[in-house]
Design a protein around this ligand. Structure first.
Ligand SMILES: CCCCCCCCCCCCCCCC(=O)SCCNC(=O)CCNC(=O)[C@H](O)C(C)(C)COP(=O)(O)OP(=O)(O)OC[C@H]1O[C@@H](n2cnc3c(N)ncnc32)[C@H](O)[C@@H]1OP(=O)(O)O
Length: 157
């Protein structure tokens, strides 16, 4: 079992840490952080008014991008576990996962100014293909669900 201490995105090497959604080296982005806790992953984000769809609710593009970055982070974490890479005792990980497919279902309006919680669960790993199921909730209410197919790149770029 892994503990919640290092975010998976903080283990991406510096030259690959510029993603708008989750790169620690992108000062303009969301800097989403995904943690492995037991056999799930978790991330939090609190949207402000610039992400408005209608007053009081968050636009769907943000919801999708949070699921995208939590999904690839989760896929990388689950791949590391499968490969016996100890996330607690490494500075960078050798696994590179990118999104091939992302499905989002919007279940309820996502409220503005409330901490959102993203949870990821590994569905399966088949070769370089990693499927993760996700929820995005606010105050315990599921606002969106997501399914991602992430692909582990063949070589370390
Ligand atoms: C952007 C580059 C960054 C590189 C550095 C990495 C840095 C790590 C840090 C990450 C930073 C944060 C990331 C945030 C999340 C993003 O936003 S990522 C950006 C959005 N995603 C992209 O730009 C990916 C664009 N697509 C691609 O580059 C290529 O299509 C892929 C996904 C790497 C796959 O190409 P490939 O390695 O040549 O693999 P390929 O043989 O085509 O497919 C492998 C398997 O997956 C299946 N597959 C592929 N696509 C699909 C699909 N859409 N549906 C179903 N199955 C599929 C294939 O059928 C195949 O299955 P099998 O035959 O093995 O059974």
């Amino acid at each position: 079992m892994q503990n919640k201490s290092k975010a998976i995105q903080d283990l991406y090497p510096d030259e690959l840490a510029h993603c708008y959604g989750c790169g620690k080296n992108n000062p303009f982005g969301y800097q989403l952080k995904t943690y492995l806790v037991g056999d799930e992953t978790i991330a939090h984000f609190t949207p402000d008014e610039k992400f408005t769809a209608l007053p009081g609710s968050v636009y769907g593009g943000l919801v999708a991008s949070l699921l995208d970055c939590h999904g690839t982070g989760s896929a990388a974490a689950f791949a590391c576990v499968a490969e016996n890479i100890d996330l607690e005792n490494t500075e960078t990980i050798p696994v590179r996962c990118v999104t091939a497919s992302l499905k989002v279902d919007f279940k309820a309006p996502t409220p503005m100014g409330t901490e959102l919680e993203l949870i990821g669960k590994l569905r399966s790993i088949e070769g370089r293909k990693i499927w993760v199921d996700m929820t995005l909730s606010a105050k315990g209410i599921i606002c969106a669900t997501g399914e991602i197919l992430a692909i582990k790149l063949k070589s370390n770029v």
